[in-house]
Design a protein around this ligand. Structure first.
Ligand SMILES: Cc1ncc(COP(=O)(O)O)c(C=O)c1O
Length: 392
């Protein structure tokens, strides 16, 4: 890194390390130093860095066709939509349709617009306190974090937030017949990996069915094998009307998607929604390679197995109060609010994790992480917790 002032807008306060290459669960900085990546670019690089199948798909597609616009059909988009639909159906076609975009926020924007189209006259979307759905104005209006919303008021109307994991509040919010959709994360990732009690999502699905409102599950962070199932809603056995994904879909290539049941999806007509780049060949080639590789390698089972080892190890570390989450999306609740200091020290010690909350570390390594890498990360983190005052 040079000392020249940055020309980037100050929307981030980046850590003082410049990564220049990666391989599997490893990252290397500009001095050649190795780090273990237990964050995966925030649950993005689920197959690990520089996965050969994704690298080859990108290189080969770059030599073949980069972009034609959505004014023309592409076979790649159709293929990825089919693969995604099979995963929503947990191995069986779910029979839905897909809109491709470039990010999680855009996937949720598509979902919100779809709800307005599919449930005319019922414009309200209910979401949860503490949720995170993205930074664009619509997704931000759904995001249940007033401190992120306040500087950007006025936000679009038609959004209500209710406490997460609180069914009576949701029922109250749905009482006036104005609610067309409920948008929820099955596990709240940015809130610090917060899980509702078992049965909550199933009960929400039931209320939505009774009220004729859409159940829209934001699987941007939890989706595609990370929690030990293809989607986190599958732990609860529910069948959502809409599912949004992004992050891991291209293993680092930017692509998002909004899947919806066919009857819901068909509320959109040509001209209702669009994006220049959404589902374009380069991103779609990466997504096809990512999904095919995830299926071949049994990514959810790998996440479940490695997650069990990681969780057990984390529970025994000094200063750890609890471990939340499923599979390889884990929130480590600390006894003291010193998560930021721990992440800084962990980075110095060669381990990448982050702190979504002052008292919580988030660990989300690539799903193919080995037992040896899990043990190495536990060793580093244990030492860091010890040195920074854990176990007191
Ligand atoms: C659950 C969830 N939804 C939406 C988003 C927004 O995704 P993006 O940053 O790709 O717009 C995120 C990002 O962290 C997320 O965790």
């Amino acid at each position: 890194m040079t000392d020249r002032p940055s020309r980037l807008m100050p929307t981030y306060a980046p850590a003082p390390v410049t990564f220049v290459r990666g391989r599997g669960c490893e990252l290397y900085d500009d001095t050649g130093r190795r780090y273990l990546d237990f964050l995966s670019g925030i649950a993005v690089v689920s197959l690990g860095h520089a996965h050969p199948a994704v690298a080859e798909a990108l290189a080969s597609q770059a030599r073949t066709l980069l972009h034609v616009s959505n004014l023309f059909r592409t076979t790649l988009g159709e293929e990825v939509a089919g693969l995604l639909d099979d995963l929503v159906g947990d191995g069986q076609p779910a029979g839905g349709l897909v809109f491709f975009c470039n990010s999680g926020a855009e996937a949720n924007e598509a979902a919100i617009k779809l709800a307005r189209r599919a449930r005319p006259g019922r414009p309200v979307v209910v979401s949860a306190v503490g949720s995170f759905h993205g930074r664009t104005l619509g997704a931000l209006a759904a995001t249940g974090q007033p401190e992120k919303q306040a500087p950007f008021a006025p936000l679009p109307g038609g959004f209500r937030q209710v406490p997460y994991d609180d069914l009576p509040s949701l029922e109250d919010a749905m009482g006036d017949g104005q609610v067309g959709a409920v948008l929820l994360e099955a596990i709240q990732g940015e809130a610090g990996v917060v899980e509702p009690r078992p049965g909550y999502l199933r009960a929400v699905a039931e209320r939505c069915r009774e009220a004729g409102a859409l159940l829209m599950v934001d699987e941007v962070q939890t989706g595609l094998g990370r929690t030990g199932r293809w989607f986190a809603f599958q732990h609860e056995g529910v069948e959502p009307d809409v599912v949004t994904v992004a992050k891991a879909l291209g293993n680092g290539a930017p692509i998002g998607a909004c899947w919806a049941r066919r009857e819901v999806a068909e509320a959109f007509e040509p001209g209702d929604h669009g994006t220049t780049f959404g589902g374009q060949p380069l991103a779609a080639a990466a997504a096809r390679a990512t999904l095919q590789t995830m299926v071949e390698l049994g990514a959810p089972e790998r996440a479940e197995r490695a997650g069990r080892r990681l969780r057990e190890g984390l529970r025994g570390l000094p200063g750890v109060a609890e471990v939340r989450g499923k599979g390889l999306l884990l929130g480590v609740g600390l006894e003291e609010p010193r998560a930021k200091a721990v992440t800084t020290e962990a980075l110095r010690a060669g381990l990448v994790v982050n702190a979504p909350r002052p008292d919580t570390l988030r660990l989300a390594p690539p799903l193919l992480v080995s037992e040896a890498e899990v043990d190495e990360a536990l060793g580093i983190l244990g030492g860091v917790l010890e040195r920074t005052g854990g176990g007191s």
